[in-house]
Design a protein around this ligand. Structure first.
Ligand code: SUG
Length: 446
């Protein structure tokens, strides 16, 4: 065992946050299509959550948004002229492509990649695999820039192994940490890494897309040099995917020895429990299951109860659930949480509600917004320091958002060529607030 800490790196919401209904199988995205979005509020809510977790005593990091609209990609599709013209033409002639090029979806950092702490890896390095996100066009566009971000954050190749996304094909479909959990006695102890997949490469599916294949999960475990004696591959229940759980983290979340999940989350719950128990080293797993009779899948998906963060606050005897305020507004989930935290010897003994409503309307709760990276003190010191949140950084980011972000983005505003210059100006300035440098974004290199 080593001393280590789990650090949440949240995706900063980008200036083009909007509701385009791009994600089939994500009910919130479909329901809120063409609503008026509030990018400034969305970004401030995200920063507010980061500040809150820091105030609770946890280390917090931040990851930058991507360049949107993605002008270099649109150029590769044959649109030419000045950047603003490229955008205007794309918006008019290929609205579906343009919407993909505009999505601010990199905010959901749980899909940036899968992370294995060095204690779990045979080569002793901390491994990060960028997710290919190939199921949805707008998300597939994230992989290249995400790799750039992770390489900036984790520059020391002696300590960190950053892997590019798996080849983007249906057979290797991968959505990162949203389909990956880890249980351990504590952050620094060897863990059981649990990969949840929706289908095998060869398996045909009707219903909503299953975004993770078993083959992709196997590849990540191999690349990360995981010990198969402490690695689990389990199938997500088809029923959950078809009820709108497009990622495992919509129906399950784990931290330390606790797995909190919905009754219908997994295809074979008994087998999963048994395998985790057999592979757990130095801890007794605790499974906190929410029965369907108390909270049906529909309520789980609309309230995002399981898209909470599970954390241990300094000195706390039990874990704390960082839940979206929508969970408190749903009578069934609110009641369940109240009883759960009040129970004697509760494994999850506290709840804190956070407000991330703008992100939630696109199907992104508190857990979607963060990428967890377990770091030893040496790894933390070797990471780029400017990504760790301080009061000064939070103030700087808030001032930056207030200066550059639009209050509202209505569907009729999205084709505005002025949006391109505005977002590029904002992102250019961001590269000196975060340690990104003058060649981080494609428009800076053009
Ligand atoms: O991939 N929504 C994202 C939400 C991702 C949530 N992440 C986790 N569960 N970890 C998605 O479906 C909607 C964009 C739009 O419709 O405008 C979107 O991409």
């Amino acid at each position: 065992m080593v001393s280590a800490e789990e650090i949440n790196f949240d995706g900063l919401v980008g200036p083009t946050h909007n509701y385009a209904g791009l994600s089939e199988g994500n009910l919130a995205s479909a329901r809120n299509r063409d609503m008026v979005a509030r990018p400034r509020e969305a970004a401030l809510q995200g920063i507010g959550k980061m500040r809150r977790l820091r105030a609770l005593g946890l280390s917090q990091g931040v990851l930058p948004p991507h360049e949107r609209p993605n002008i270099s990609w649109l150029r590769s599709l044959g649109f030419a002229g000045a950047d603003g013209e490229v955008w205007e033409k794309a918006w008019k002639s290929e609205p579906n492509i343009a919407r993909a090029a505009l999505a601010a979806s990199a905010m959901w950092a749980a899909n940036a990649g899968a992370i294995s702490p060095s204690i779990d890896c045979a080569d002793g390095k901390l491994h990060a695999s960028v997710a290919n996100l190939q199921t949805m066009l707008h998300r597939l566009l994230e992989a290249e820039q995400t790799e750039r971000t992770l390489r900036r954050l984790l520059p020391d190749q002696q300590r960190f192994a950053v892997h590019p996304a798996l080849f983007p094909h249906d057979a290797l479909s991968d959505e990162g940490a949203a389909n990956h959990m880890r249980m351990a006695a504590n952050a620094g102890a060897p863990g059981v890494e649990i990969f949840i997949y929706g289908r095998r490469a060869s398996e045909p599916r009707t219903g909503f897309p299953a975004r993770q294949t078993l083959e992709a999960s196997h590849a990540i475990a191999r690349r990360h040099t995981l010990d198969l004696g402490r690695t689990v591959f389990a199938k997500q229940a088809a029923k959950a995917i078809d009820a709108g759980a497009f990622h495992n983290d919509v129906v399950a979340v784990a931290h330390e020895h606790v797995l909190f999940h919905h009754d219908d989350a997994f295809d074979d719950k008994a087998a999963l429990y048994a395998e985790i128990r057999a592979k757990a080293q130095g801890f007794e797993p605790v499974f906190v299951e929410v029965p369907t009779a108390r909270v049906g899948l529909e309520d789980a998906v609309t309230s995002y109860l399981f898209n909470s963060q599970l954390v241990r606050l300094p000195g706390a005897k039990s874990l704390t659930l960082i839940a979206p305020s929508e969970t408190r507004e749903n009578n069934r989930t609110a009641e369940f949480v109240r009883e759960m935290v009040a129970a004697p010897n509760a494994a999850i003994g506290q709840v804190e509600y956070v407000e991330v409503r703008e992100s939630m309307r696109n199907g992104g709760g508190p857990a979607c917004l963060r990428l967890r990276i377990v770091m030893t003190p040496e790894e933390r010191a070797a990471a780029a320091q400017g990504f760790f949140l301080t009061d000064v950084l939070a103030d700087g980011l808030e001032a930056w958002v207030k200066k550059h972000y639009r209050e509202e983005l209505a569907p009729a505003d999205l084709g505005d060529p002025a949006l391109v210059g505005e977002t590029q100006t904002a992102l250019d300035e961001l590269t000196s607030i975060l340690p990104l440098g003058a060649d981080f974004y494609p428009f800076q290199r053009a």
